[in-house]
Design a protein around this ligand. Structure first.
Ligand code: GLN
Length: 480
């Protein structure tokens, strides 16, 4: 048996039965990481020292005090702060940076016994859809190394897909969990805005960012969400709501006759790969044949999603990135004569091309002459997009859409065409603008043997219903 192909739940069972030990498990994963990382470049930092935790974790299985993720290796996107491993955001400006504190989610993972096995590659500061914008080289797609794993959390998605780790954390500002999960054939969840604390997540677009899990199964994602979700006084946008036992409750019977599924026409138009459309149609047939009610709906402001997202997210990014000035954090340019030169040189040398593009776009849309025409307008359109979802959810329980217009594209295919790259997020940005949860569920493979994903959206804070529904499909629909 190859342990690394198992789900977290399967591993936990073996650990409880003492059929494997935590140190066997960690050694197995560490050697898989070392073996595959040379090609895939999914990890920026491998935490070799984590093996030292194995013994105390093992003891907890013996004492029966094991936490929910006791001894389970979890990989962390490199924009989530950890005291014992560098946090670089895949940027030269933060190379080698050690955070003085742990993110809230990291504390929660440690409390649950998880073993933080390494930090994963990403697009610099989470700007991108392919992980090609990393200052430390791109991550490759484990299904085809000529192709990208998606982004910006491409390292986390690839690490799970390549059996380097059974679960990982990513962050999603406009699709960065769901899109790479789709390209790599794994489950990835973006929680509702406010469900998981952003404390210790290096901010990109503060009104859009959420941390969420990647894993091989819906139940594993539910378990990780249960561990990381919940109130945190350090994030004023984090809601004080009970955290359900997502992992256990999703197994309850689903009341099919009460569930209506909305299919937004705007998401199935030109530009969508026929193979993805066909696979989703199969799921819809399956759902109808199994007693669910499927109906067409409209989200009329969908085509404003990309421009609205790229105005709001770049505006927020430009202010969030102002703190990297060569004084307080990371990289400092040498030999600057004035403070002004120090700022300009450190930022000029430290940030990559896409980060600079975002800063310039964001500064432009916030500038005095253009603020009302762009930023303010985008905020108004954001409200219209939110209302589209509100209207839809007054009629249906879930919305099903493709996660991406196409399967994983080739390295270099879009890196010189930022607008084409931005369009990869067309189906995912809506959930961030509206603050609602969304999941990518793998539903099969293309004729070229690349993973195809489907997105399910639910009303804010309905993660339990969303996971339960995704679990039903995962358990009952036979993938080809
Ligand atoms: N691809 C989108 C962007 O480049 C989303 C990124 C993200 O969700 N972090 O902004």
């Amino acid at each position: 048996m190859n342990i690394t192909t198992l789900t977290i739940w399967q591993i936990k069972e073996l650990l409880w039965k003492k059929e494997i030990s935590v140190s066997d498990l960690i050694n197995e994963y560490l050697s898989t990481i070392y073996e595959k990382n040379e090609t895939l470049n999914a990890f920026l930092h491998i935490n070799e020292g984590c093996i030292n935790q194995a013994e105390s974790s093992q003891k907890k299985y013996i004492d029966k005090t094991a936490g929910e993720l006791e001894g389970i290796p979890i990989a962390i996107k490199d924009n989530i702060c950890t005291v014992d491993q560098p946090t670089t955001c895949a940027s030269k400006i933060l190379k080698g940076y050690m955070s003085p504190f742990d993110a809230h989610v990291i504390k929660k993972l440690r409390d649950a016994g998880a073993i933080l096995i390494g930090k994963t590659n990403m697009d610099e500061f989470a700007f991108g859809s392919s992980t090609e914008n990393s200052a430390f080289g791109p991550t490759l797609n484990p299904y085809d190394t000529q192709r990208v794993p998606g982004g910006s959390s491409g390292g986390s998605a690839a690490a799970v897909a390549a059996d380097m780790v059974p679960g990982a954390l990513g962050s999603d500002t406009g699709g960065s969990i769901r899109q790479p999960a789709s390209f790599c054939g794994v489950v990835g969840l973006k929680p509702s805005y406010g469900r998981v604390s952003r404390y210790g997540l290096v901010a990109f677009g503060s009104s859009l960012d959420q941390i969420g899990p990647f894993a091989k199964s819906v139940k594993d994602v539910a378990l990780i969400l249960k561990v990381i979700a919940g109130y945190d006084q350090h994030d004023s946008t984090c809601c004080n709501l009970d955290v359900p036992e997502y992992d256990r409750e999703i197994e309850k019977d689903i009341e099919k006759s009460k569930i209506k599924i909305g299919i937004p026409e705007e998401y199935f138009q030109e530009g969508l790969s026929p193979e993805i459309r066909e696979k989703i149609n199969k799921i819809l047939d399956f759902l109808e044949n199994n007693g669910f009610f499927v109906e067409k709906i409209n989200l009329p402001h969908t085509h404003y999603g990309i421009p609205t997202y790229y105005i709001i997210s770049t505006a927020e990014a430009s202010t969030n990135l102002a703190r990297f000035d060569g004084v307080k954090f990371g990289y400092r340019s040498k030999d600057s004569k004035t403070v002004y030169d120090l700022y300009v040189n450190s930022r000029g040398e430290g940030f990559g091309q896409e980060a600079k593009r975002r800063i310039m776009l964001g500064t432009f849309v916030l500038s005095a002459g253009y603020y009302e025409a762009y930023y303010l307008k985008a905020q108004k359109v954001r409200t219209l997009i939110m209302k589209d979802f509100e209207n839809a959810f007054s009629k249906v329980s879930f919305i099903i859409t493709p996660t991406t217009p196409e399967t994983a594209f080739k390295l270099g295919e879009k890196s010189e065409k930022p607008l084409m790259m931005y369009l990869s997020d067309i189906y995912t940005v809506g959930a961030n603008l509206a603050g609602i949860p969304g999941i990518n569920l793998p539903i099969g493979f293309s004729s070229g043997k690349l993973p195809i994903g489907m997105q399910i959206l639910a009303p804010a804070f309905k993660e339990l219903d969303l996971l339960q529904f995704a679990y039903y499909i995962e358990q009952n629909f036979t993938r080809e």
